[in-house]
Design a protein around this ligand. Structure first.
Ligand code: GLN
Length: 493
């Protein structure tokens, strides 16, 4: 059967499964439709760093042969894009860095293993800021990804490749990672859905470390329901990651019903509606809050007084951890190697050639704040601020069930607009970093458009309250009756 992807724009996994179950399409045909879409639009978007066409086809044929159609595992036959800092056996895992340009992962990350067990097909590895450091994908050593809504603009970052691939319907599902906002901010810029889980809800085994006390793999999708399905598959304890909480995988049974959601209380943190936020974004979020009030939900104002310091503290804590994690890229075991006449010279030449500017900046910052004499003034202080930030959320979330905020203070900016000023770039994450520091879950969903550009809305909840967060997200998705993105892309030149 010839497949028209336009017909898929509102599809959910269950709709694909209905087609497969009725035998109207095969897994192979479904995969071919997405590969064709990638072939026709990715030259402009550049969401993928590498494709797994051959492996995906072999797997699709195997699924068509093997699995009895009435026993579908949750992701049976569904293509998934995987961010390039998540290890996938036999496929490149470059982290968007020259230093890992030739690295083929020898094993699967736990999340990838789980995807495969659930029947998913890994279609390729998605572009990202180098080692997930950035908010635009412009820090990728292999060139930026473009925003499908306006090719002159960034898709956000660092999981910009995953977000753009979803928005342009190159894949129905994707994985990202969020250290300080890297799932939510690109989801917001591309009009898709992205969840940052509670720290410890998803295994980090096989996720290349950036800042280990903050990193989390997050599910990304074109609608809330698919995001939930993907989260059910990837969450849960893992003996290979000691920071992974000893809980069973998330289950949609934990999502409150609509009647219960209507009785819940929404907190509005006043610091997230300050003067630095684009007026159109504030206006839209306020309209949504009005709608929630009309639907019976009580909205209360709350305060997160340490919001401003969270960003500063993050840029102490995250680079400190990064400087230690990135010490392993020395040209010895894997990746790029630039020879030198001494070991020291080899290290130095390898790291000089292999790392980009932003990564070097963070390594230097992190090494500085951890060095003796500065540790107390910087790292220790940063950690103290982190505790205050966490307390802010604990207190606020005693007064309400969840918080509703903008995801980003600005719209997707133009390529090159912020690359000269790291601080400007860092500001794109002011509203996602504090909750990451607190370790609590947050989702980004689309809540409308202004001049053709998507606006993201963030829902934050207490630790392990993904059920509540999803409950409100589903409720809003329905109330706002927003469709999944389908930006019209110019013909390939
Ligand atoms: N943009 C933030 C940074 O550059 C967050 C990145 C992330 O979450 N990986 O560190």
């Amino acid at each position: 059967m010839a497949i028209d992807l336009f017909q898929f724009r509102e599809f959910r996994i269950r709709d694909y499964h209905a087609l497969l179950r009725r035998g109207e399409i095969s897994v192979e045909e479904l995969l071919e439709a997405f590969l064709q879409r990638i072939g026709s639009v990715d030259g402009q978007i550049r969401a993928f760093l590498s494709l797994n066409e051959e492996g995906a086809r072999i797997r699709a044929q195997k699924l068509d042969r093997d699995i009895p159609p009435d026993e579908f595992p949750p992701l049976w036959g569904i293509p998934v894009g995987v961010k390039d800092n998540i290890c996938t056996e036999g496929l490149p895992t470059t982290c968007g860095s020259r230093i890992l340009y030739n690295f083929i992962a020898p094993y699967d990350a736990t999340v990838v293993e789980k995807l495969k067990r659930a029947g998913a097909i890994i279609v390729g590895k998605t572009n990202m800021d180098e080692f997930a450091m950035g908010s635009s994908t412009e820090n990728s050593a292999f060139g930026p990804t473009r925003n499908p809504f306006d090719l002159r603009r960034v898709p956000g970052g660092s999981s910009g490749g995953s977000a753009a691939a979803l928005a342009s319907l190159e894949t129905p599902l994707a994985l990202g990672s969020d250290t300080g906002g890297s799932v939510r901010q690109p989801a917001s810029f591309c009009g898709v859905v992205g969840l940052r889980p509670t720290y410890g809800r998803v295994s980090r085994y096989g996720l290349v470390s950036f800042a280990s006390s903050l990193d989390q793999v997050g599910p990304m999708a074109r609608n809330v329901e698919d995001c939930i399905t993907l989260f059910e598959v990837i969450s849960g304890s893992d003996g290979k990651d000691s920071t992974c909480a000893p809980y069973p995988p998330f289950s949609r049974q934990d999502i409150p019903k609509e009647e219960e959601i209507r009785k819940m209380k929404v907190g509005i943190p006043r610091e997230y509606f300050s003067s630095g936020v684009d007026e159109a974004i504030v206006r839209r979020i306020e309209e949504v809050l009005d709608l929630l009030r009309r639907e019976g939900l009580e909205c209360v104002e709350v305060s997160l007084p340490h919001t401003d310091c969270a960003l500063e503290a993050y840029y102490i804590v995250a680079p400190a951890e990064a400087s230690s994690n990135l010490a392993r890229y020395d040209g010895v075991l894997y990746g790029l190697r630039e020879e030198g006449s001494t070991l020291q010279e080899m290290y130095c030449r390898t790291r000089t050639a292999g790392f980009g500017k932003e990564v070097k900046r963070r390594i230097i910052l992190g090494t500085y704040s951890l060095s003796s004499g500065y540790y107390d003034d910087y790292y220790l202080k940063g950690m103290k601020v982190r505790t205050l930030v966490r307390k802010d959320f604990e207190e606020a979330l005693q007064k309400c069930h969840f918080l509703v905020t903008p995801v980003s203070p600005c719209f997707p900016f133009f390529l090159g607009e912020r690359t000269q000023s790291p601080y400007e770039m860092y500001l794109a994450d002011v509203f996602t970093i504090p909750s990451a520091m607190a370790g609590i879950p947050g989702i980004s969903i689309n809540c409308g458009y202004e001049n053709g550009l998507p606006i993201g809305l963030q829902i934050l909840g207490g630790p392990f309250r993904e059920g509540w967060v999803f409950g409100l997200a589903l409720f809003l998705e329905k109330m706002l009756s927003l469709s999944s993105p389908f930006p019209l892309l110019p013909e390939r030149s």
